[in-house]
Design a protein around this ligand. Sequence first.
Ligand code: ADP
Length: 398
Amino acid sequence: MNILVVNAGSSSIKYQLIDMTTEKPLSSGIVERIGLEEGTITHKTFLNGEEKKTKEVFPIPDHTVGLKRVAELLVDEEWGVISDPSEIQAVGHRLVHGGEAFTKTVVITEEVKAKVKELFPLAPLHNPANLIGVEVAEKVFPNATQIGVFDTAFHQTMPEVAYRYAIPNELYTEMGIRKYGFHGTSHKYVSEKAVEYLGNEKAKVVTIHLGNGASMAAVDGGVCKDTTMGIGPLNGLIMGTRSGDVDPSIIFYLIEQKGYSVAEVSKILNKESGMQGLTGDTDMRDIEDRYMKGDKTAILAYEMYAYRIQQFIGKYAAAMNGLDAIVFTAGIGENDTIARSLVCKNMTYFGIEMDEAKNAVRSKDIREINVEGAKTKVLVIPTNEELEIAQQSYNLVK
Ligand code: ADP
């Protein structure tokens, strides 16, 4: 069975066609610059152990035009990997916000779409684009079952003490203001891999997803108990351009003292803060180069980045009353030896002791990088959100 995984943004569509017998992609790609003068489609195929890539540049006025071309490419004589679109039995959609309505993956019905629409105010940048992706896929792949996998679903098991904010009750009961959390698909995938690796279903694991966006989760026996992102993705860790936790008084201070609009403050905290705000660079590889050269600004930023993660490890060890493993994942978690090393420094109280030689090894496999006999395992587990979406979709249609 083949499952097409679709992640639709406001001006892009990422896709991956996964063969569920091998759990490997047959093809992947991205449609970009939708609605601009010139759009692009970068399309890759993986057949017989060979990777091939093509790029097309042409006006892509809307998502329908983009996804139709993807459907053509998937069956194309030269660039195709299947002979007919009907060979795609299901389309698994990444849907960002499921609110309290969705605690697991669902087959998308009219009712589900209406609910996703109701949640637009909670995810104004993501849910509308995600829904367009669903509606376009229904037209382009009418024979496939459309499935919704929510970023928030895995975190729905958090207890009320963890997800409520200490603000007037009616803001929760009437407006749904609470912690939801994101990156759930990744936290679920890597925490399950960790449990499998440890051979302990009851393991208390802290998952640390460090990409451009970053978040952590406390996963106790496979159940999410807490996470660092909140009602939106701005909270918690220091990220590429987002501040993570700050004193909310900063917002009022900027509005009152500088006369900034709400939109301006939002831009500062979402796009101009985090590593970007601290160093002027967003990409960790650039900041890593500066760190290695002894750049004081980069060193401070790295130390702040790691300190925040250490604090959450402490919080989550408290939340779970124990800690068996921490798991690094995503672009920075999987590749950045400095970030991992700083996070594990002076954490022996939590049983964390890193083996620097193991930390320095580059690999795409699951690996253990703690010293022999350490109480808490330090694992690096590559995430695969597309495969997780495909597996969950497969479980509903097989
Ligand atoms: P997202 O999916 O959130 O866009 P990724 O998980 O791809 O992000 O992570 C992107 C981040 O990973 C970037 O900051 C990038 O610099 C970092 N990264 C990727 N490879 C490396 C590497 N070899 N060393 C350090 N950082 C890396």
